[in-house]
Design a protein. Structure first.
Length: 297
């Protein structure tokens, strides 16, 4: 069984508060791109994980790996051998670890369904999934979403127009705790009550300009190199808007057409050969997994 760990992109990320237990409250628009990691799952006598790919060195393969922890939540007594091709940079604001954990849950769910031993996910299972990380539930659905609370409140966005994205990372890791620590203002205005149904990519980008990523400023204080990435993306021909995703350091630019995004990515790779750069389509989502995760939240 094969699954894909889609890169998560925070088109907007408003930090609206902080709970007494330290968790931050978010109001974020999240989409997924056809850029990511490949996960293969094979029934086996026990759980195991092997990792290859350009960012394999940054992935621990021990028992505490997020893929194995996620798989155990839904595997029952089934053993699974996982093989992960790691193409997304770690600790980069695009949910790579969470995307891989979600891919493991989807893969094991499909394997158990084929074996006739599938147990529907319960709200208790959903709580355990949230405990893996705030981004895991939204990555499980890999569906365009408005994500609120600490990541447990998910509302699906209206169907998106065709939108393409270029992602860029200067190959630096920005620890999320350091970014939140640098965030001086914890209580900020949320997104507008209603998210519109955009008619095209330009309409979507124009609306997003009026939103924010509240972590972008703190991340720039931690890693000033992010500013150079944003400048390069903003100057790409055809770029509709640019912003940092998540807590960084990966940034994105939106484009209306595939050829414009691919040409922009090629241009950026030539100009910045040491950066990680990728282009892809904003993924329309998986209705089957959107329904599955809705039942747990």
């Amino acid at each position: 069984m094969t699954e894909f760990g889609y890169a998560k992109i925070n088109l907007a990320l408003h930090v609206t508060g902080q709970r007494a237990d330290g968790y931050h409250l978010l109001d974020s628009l999240v989409v997924f791109a056809g850029i990511g990691d490949h996960l293969r799952a094979t029934p086996a006598a026990e759980m195991s994980l092997s990792v290859s790919g350009p960012f394999a060195d940054g992935v621990p393969t021990g028992e505490d790996n997020l893929v194995l922890r996620a798989a155990r939540l839904v595997a029952g007594d089934m053993g699974v051998a996982f093989s992960l091709v790691k193409s997304l940079p770690p600790t980069s604001g695009i949910g790579g670890g969470s995307a891989d954990a979600a891919a493991a849950i989807r893969a094991v769910t499909r394997l158990r369904a084929m074996a006739g031993s599938l147990k529907p996910l319960s709200p208790e299972d959903g709580q355990k999934i949230v405990a893996l990380g705030a981004d895991v539930p939204v990555c499980l659905a890999s569906h365009p979403t408005r994500m609120r609370g600490i990541g447990e409140q998910l509302d699906w966005l209206p169907p998106l127009p065709e939108v393409h994205v270029v992602l860029a990372n200067p190959r630096i890791e920005v620890p999320t705790p350091a970014v939140f620590k640098a965030l001086a203002q914890k209580e900020n205005p949320p997104l507008p009550d209603q998210v519109p149904a955009w008619v095209d990519a330009a309409d979507m980008a124009a609306w997003l300009v009026g939103t924010r990523n509240d972590l972008q400023g703190p991340a720039l204080a931690v890693a000033p190199q992010i500013g150079r990435v944003l400048t390069e993306l903003e100057q790409l021909p055809g770029a509709l808007m640019a912003r940092m995703s998540g807590s960084g350091a990966t940034c994105f630019a939106l484009f209306a057409k595939e050829n414009a995004a691919q040409e922009a990515a090629d241009h950026l790779r030539a100009a910045q050969p040491d950066w990680w750069v990728a282009a892809g389509l904003i993924y329309p989502g998986r209705a089957d997994m959107a329904q599955l995760i809705r039942a747990t939240t």
